[in-house]
Each structure stands twice: as structure tokens, then as C-alpha cells.
Design a protein around this ligand. Sequence first.
Ligand code: AMP
Length: 209
Amino acid sequence: MKIVLLGPPGSGKGTQANIICEKYNLPHISTGDIFRYNIKNETELGKKVKSYIDLGSLVPDEVTIDIVKDRLENADCEKGFVLDGFPRNLAQAKALSSFVTIDKAIMIDLSDEEIIRRLSGRRMCASCGNPTHVDWLVDGKCEKCGGEVMTRDDDKEEVVRARLEKQKLPQEVIDFYVNMGTFKKVEATDTKEKTFEKVDKILKGISKK
Ligand code: AMP
């Protein structure tokens, strides 16, 4: 099962990718995770991509495409994979189709306003590290340990808006998969479990083929 997950940052596609990979025992390939790992470990790649990521811009295609191609050549991808965060533009989509055949491109969709609401309401407990949300706090404190909570820098509303603006998925990527007959869209307004039920119906359609 070769799956691409499309969607704006913050729509929950990473969460859906995790659930799919666990259920179907597939590798989860997230370009964002690969970049973050390399930045943390101060590799050559990490140094190359850090400035783009800090600005909320896309990393150049020549870097990103090679990384994905290499990763997909690993033996663990033979039976399938879930690609999360790639492709993000038409050049990437075309390059991907030149080295693998994708079964489904599933768009996990959410309105900008809901993304901003979710991400700008996200908090992190400064004491226990619990990722939480303003709606879940008890008297403004962490619902797990009562600690003070803080907002991550990249979850500030103006940064979230910049990421949404700079990284809008181009319509031509959607058209590319629609024309290939592999495009599906799932609204992610519900809980992650309900959203996964919809995603899983699409996946079961593939495994029956
Ligand atoms: P993500 O975790 O998917 O939101 O990715 C984090 C950051 O990594 C993005 O804001 C981009 O700067 C970069 N990135 C991830 N995937 C790609 C991609 N396919 N093309 C270019 N840049 C990417």
C-alpha cells in the first residue's frame, strides 16, 4: 500500500499517518521529521535546511526530492509506505511518480480558521512536557500536573498564519492526483478516531484490489 497524505500544516495528517502505519505496519516517512532529526543532530543536511524551516519556507526541491528517493529505496518500503508532507508542489509530485506508483493520495483537509484555532490554542506544560490545549487546562494550569503552561514559538498565531500562507498546497498538485484517479479528500473536523474511520474506508478499498 503506497500512500501519500496531503494537507495543510496542522490538519492532523501526521497523526493519521501514525495510526495508518501502526495498523498496517508500514514505514511513516515524514520529510519534516527527517529534516528536524538532521537539524537536531547538526548534520550537513541539517545545516543546509535549517534557515528555510526557521522561516516557514519550503526546502528547495533538489534537496527534498533526493532525500525521499533515497528513503524509498530502503528495503522496508518495498511492501508500501505512508508519505507525510511530500509532495508539496507539482515538481515533487512529478518526481515522485517517476520512481514509484502511488495507490492513493489522501488529502486531510481542515479550514485555515480551524487550524489556527487548534495550533494557536496548543500549549505545552513547562513542568511535565504534556502537550495540551487551552480548552483542556484546569484554572489555566496543566490538567495533568498543575504546572505552568507555555506556547511554542512556532505555534504563535502570526507564525502559524505565515506557514499557512507560504505553504498552501498548490491546486495543481491536487489536479495531478485527480487526473491520475488516485485523489481522495477527508474532512478532519472530527476527532482523530472518526477521521481515521473515513481514511480506513479508503485504505480498505485499496487492499481489496
Ligand atoms: P512539516 O513537519 O511537514 O510541517 O515540515 C516542517 C518543515 O520542513 C516545513 O515547514 C518545510 O520547511 C520543510 N519541509 C517538509 N517537507 C517538505 C517538502 N516536501 N518540501 C519542502 N520543504 C519541506
